[in-house]
Design a protein around this ligand. Structure first.
Ligand SMILES: Nc1ncnc2c1ncn2[C@@H]1O[C@H](COP(=O)(O)OP(=O)(O)OP(=O)(O)O)[C@@H](O)[C@H]1O
Ligand SMILES: O=C(O)C1=C[C@@H](O)[C@@H](O)[C@H](O)C1
Ligand SMILES: [Mg+2]
Length: 184
């Protein structure tokens, strides 16, 4: 099976849903944010404090390259992974990309109590999330093979729909081999 990448904004469920979806598909699960924290021994908040966003993005690109070199794994990316063209190309080239489309109002609700996301340490979260959505949503769209709009209700139903879509993708015939050369 090809790698599966989950993309989408903060709070779209890449981590939460990704782990369970991987289990259902029988794939290993990796979360690029968690791998970065394990490797550095520092929280994402601390990395942003010390190295700034640019430092974090460098680390993120390196980890994504490392994870993409594995085969048949499901990877939850960070919300800003799509910002770099280099990352978008990598994801497209090495797997199926699933976009968890999520409106800002839902992000606000899901992340109400969260303090672990450095980009949300701001008095006006709604404004910040709207700005990020304007910049990033077209990039998520660009890189996506499958798009799943957020829905209310049990997370299990979303996991099941994504599972079914991925199973169908896998059973679809791949590009046919090129025909043998014909003689004039
Ligand atoms: N489909 C969903 N339905 C209900 N709650 C959800 C859903 N997806 C995520 N949540 C909740 O939203 C919170 C954030 O989700 P999660 O950490 O999985 O987001 P993420 O996409 O990994 O964000 P980030 O880009 O910041 O890593 C969690 O508390 C999770 O339980
Ligand atoms: O949307 C973002 O830019 C981020 C999302 C998280 O997954 C982390 O990668 C980090 O908090 C930055
Ligand atoms: Mg996450």
């Amino acid at each position: 099976m090809r790698n599966v990448y989950l993309v989408g904004p903060m709070g779209s469920g890449k981590t939460t849903l990704g782990r369970r979806l991987a289990g259902k598909l029988g794939l290993e699960f990796h979360d690029s944010d968690h791998v970065i924290e394990e490797r550095t021994g520092a929280s994402i908040n601390l990395i942003f404090d010390i190295e700034g966003e640019a430092g974090f993005r460098e680390r993120e690109s390196k980890i994504l390259e490392e994870l993409a070199a594995m085969q048949g794994v499901l990877i939850a990316t960070g919300g800003g992974a799509v910002l770099a063209r280099r990352n978008r190309d990598l994801l497209k080239r090495t797997g199926i990309v699933v976009y968890l489309e999520t409106p800002v109002r839902q992000q606000l609700r899901r992340l109400r109590r969260d303090r672990s996301r450095p980009l949300l340490q701001t008095p006006d979260r709604a404004q910040k999330l709207e700005e990020m959505a304007a910049q990033r949503n077209p990039l998520y769209e660009e890189v996506a093979d499958l798009v799943f709009p957020a829905r209310s209700g049990p997370i299990d139903r979303t996991i099941h729909s994504i599972y079914e879509a991925l199973k169908n993708q896998q059973s679809e015939p791949q590009d046919p081999p090129s025909p043998p050369p014909t003689r004039e």
